[in-house]
Design a protein around this ligand. Structure first.
Ligand code: F6P
Length: 373
């Protein structure tokens, strides 16, 4: 029997509760004691720390496990985390409290369900986590975590965003207008790309591929002229930039379309991309990642994260994330690197988008197959 704590950190996404319930119920069935830390690192560092619940089979019932958000919550905006503690000179106080709370909880293992920031920092925080078995489970709608083919929450976000776009397409048709939809994703275009394909968007702009706004407008004009369709979806990732423009990327593109008399509106699905009942593929991934995390704990592994590799779920050292990704220095913590994963030039969906007739930018200089254009 081991005492295992679960913690959710960083931005939420749909699927967290499926992971939590699976860890709790599968862990209980194996004879472990399962605790849930409340409010991420706040639950380990605030005055009332350690703040946690102990799970039984009914603590998080199955009908609630498929709803968005984190039942354990992710932390208060004003409370400290590793980065803000460093920035404000409170790092020693913060980490001392973390150590004290983890010791008081008498833990054998800690499962951190986190994004690229939390997992990168956890990988380098042995001085805080000490001999605990530390297991990461990757989650994010941004799909920016290296060393895994997918993350908890991504499929549900793609599904929600595609549904949103499909609905806009219907009102767009009524009013002969295009919708410029801004997808989340930080500096990564994976969410926009996947939702763009699922929706049948006519243009998909992502930070990884340079685009020419004049060519984008000509592409839309051609569809109007040659296909006789004057509505549709242009999906833009929030990380794109347009020289000489500031403000929201969707607004920048919209202004350029308007200049060319292309009737359009913008739409910002914003945090709805992190909500919605968890879809089946994410629920299944959650169950599989929980099994792999518990197997790792039972096998005495530590500083590993669960990973989907093709159709196989396995654990890999968390450090692989940083070694395999495009790591960048953390602006707040010296000698700390945050792993990042971008859409590569050979991503199979890029040539599919081209084959579907979508404008995805100036791809001549990349390795993307444009033979169908
Ligand atoms: O990392 C997840 C994410 O939803 C990004 O896609 C987005 O840029 C950001 O978080 C939004 O953060 P906040 O919830 O703090 O506005």
């Amino acid at each position: 029997m081991k005492t295992i704590a679960i913690m959710t950190t960083g931005g939420d996404c749909s699927g967290l509760n499926s992971v939590i319930r699976n860890l709790a119920t599968q862990g209980l069935r194996r004879g472990h004691r399962i605790l849930g830390i409340l409010d991420g690192t706040d639950g380990l560092t605030q005055d009332f720390a350690p703040n946690f619940v102990e799970f039984d089979y009914n603590t998080l019932p199955p009908e609630e496990a498929n709803m968005a958000g984190s039942w354990l919550r992710n932390g208060n905006r004003h409370a400290l985390n590793f980065e803000t503690a460093k920035k404000t000179g409170l790092y020693e106080k913060f980490t001392t409290r973390m150590r004290k709370s983890l010791k008081a909880m008498n833990l054998d293992a800690l499962v951190v369900i986190g994004g690229n920031g939390s997992l990168s920092i956890a990988a380098k925080s042995q001085s805080v986590y000490g001999n605990l078995q530390l297991i990461g489970i990757p989650k994010t709608i941004d799909m920016d975590i290296p060393a895994t083919d997918t993350t908890i929450g991504f499929d549900t976000a793609v599904n929600g965003l595609s549904t949103f776009c499909n609905q806009l397409m219907l009102t767009g048709r009524s009013h002969h207008r295009w919708f410029v939809v801004q997808a989340m994703g930080r500096e990564v275009g994976a969410l926009a790309l996947h939702a763009g394909i699922a929706t049948g968007a006519d243009a998909i702009l992502i930070p990884e591929i340079k685009f020419d706004v004049g060519n984008l407008c000509r592409h839309i004009e051609n569809i109007q002229k040659e296909q006789g369709r004057d509505y549709g979806i242009i999906i833009v990732a929030e990380g794109i930039k347009l020289r000489g423009h500031s403000g929201q990327p969707a607004d920048m593109i919209s202004r350029e379309l308007t200049k060319r008399n292309i009737n359009n509106r913008t739409a910002f699905p914003e945090h709805t991309q992190r909500t919605g009942d968890t879809i089946a593929t994410d629920r299944i991934l959650a169950a599989r990642f929980a099994t792999a995390a518990l197997d790792a704990i039972d096998n005495n592994e530590t500083y590993v994260m669960t990973s989907l590799d093709g159709s196989t779920v396995k654990t890999v050292p968390i450090s692989e994330m940083i070694n395999r990704g495009a790591a960048k220095p953390d602006p707040n913590i010296p000698n700390m690197f945050i792993a990042n994963a971008f859409v590569p030039d050979d991503h199979p969906l890029l040539s599919v988008a081209v084959s579907m007739g979508a404008y995805i930018g100036e791809i001549k200089k990349t390795g993307i197959n444009n033979s169908t254009r």
